[in-house]
Design a protein around this ligand. Sequence first.
Ligand SMILES: *[C@@H]1O[C@H](CO)[C@@H](O)[C@H](O)[C@H]1NC(C)=O
Ligand SMILES: *[C@@H]1O[C@H](CO)[C@@H](O)[C@H](O)[C@H]1NC(C)=O
Ligand SMILES: *[C@@H]1O[C@H](CO)[C@@H](O)[C@H](O)[C@H]1NC(C)=O
Length: 340
Amino acid sequence: MCPLRLPLLAALLGLALSQYDYGYDYQPAEVRPPTPRCADECECPTHFTSAMYCNNRELKAVPFVPTGIKYVYLQDNHLTEIKAGVFDNVTDLRWLILDNNALTNDKIEKGSIDKLTKLEKLHINNNKLTEVVVPKSSAMEEIKMMSNEITKFPAGLLSGMDNLTAVHLSKNQLTTEGITGAFKGLKSLMLLDVSENKLKKLPAGLPSSLMMLYADHNEIESIAVSYLQKLPTLQYLRMSHNKLQDSGVPAGVFNVSALIELDLSYNKLGAIPEVGENLEHLYLQVNEISKFDVSSFCKVVSPVSYSKIRDLRLDGNNLTPQSMPMEAAQCLPLATEVVI
Ligand SMILES: *[C@@H]1O[C@H](CO)[C@@H](O)[C@H](O)[C@H]1NC(C)=O
Ligand SMILES: *[C@@H]1O[C@H](CO)[C@@H](O)[C@H](O)[C@H]1NC(C)=O
Ligand SMILES: *[C@@H]1O[C@H](CO)[C@@H](O)[C@H](O)[C@H]1NC(C)=O
């Protein structure tokens, strides 16, 4: 016998004995709280009865979800459609996970997910959506629709979602026009990931609550003068692998005090842009920078006035260690890693 089974056996024996000892106190099954039924194709664990696991079962359609279920896992199937009515008994569903299927917009019937007005988490990564689909749920906290074919994000779709904190849309076909107005008025949005899309500009009308904006691998050529002024709490801005040139970067556009990390690697910059006083991580590798100008970091160089930069990547540019001016060490005393 496998020794690992012993404690379990002992516990079962103990349970059996105690039931035997106090047999007349034993509670009949009927008084236990009713457990939700489970769709035949799925599994609802006895220790987590409000969850229904239907993942990895070669399903082609979403099964009817029984009363009492709050979390549904349908990832890793062959789902192509969601029929109307499957969620009729669970309009208070909280999580719906549909990653790695073959869902298209035209086969998500009206009367299916639009009924989920209490939904908090919606994951439809790696499907075949061409347009964002989201139920009108004011409880929504997180939307993930990465790796689809989304070109359109209708304006107003997210309105009233005051608890929405994160939207992940990387690896789609979004254009600047396609997402105009999509995020307007959101009160809690902290993270927006639109990397690996077809944006020519950073999204307009983002809410002032934003802390992380990821826009790597797009076709962005320029940034508007006061773009970051409208995002006073933005700490992480990632724009690597775009088409930024000096002419598209207005003077002082990155000189904002909230910014902690700025990734401008793999662009076409010829100069180091001015950065804000609190920036700690600056990535500029693989650009066309040929001059190291201390004034990008320190307007005045003195023992009490220096940059907080810790990491500075400048490799893959036209710089040599000799390009570093004498004042660099005094302006950047915290930079343990300056890679040229
Ligand atoms: C759905 O809800 C109806 C009405 O409350 C109920 O009679 C029925 O048993 C439920 N079905 C399932 C599978 O939960
Ligand atoms: C938003 O989140 C707060 C805090 O978790 C919660 O109390 C509130 O009910 C949520 N709002 C909605 C509409 O679910
Ligand atoms: C950034 O702006 C502040 C004032 O807003 C200014 O004092 C500082 O010199 C600027 N930094 C750089 C590197 O230009």
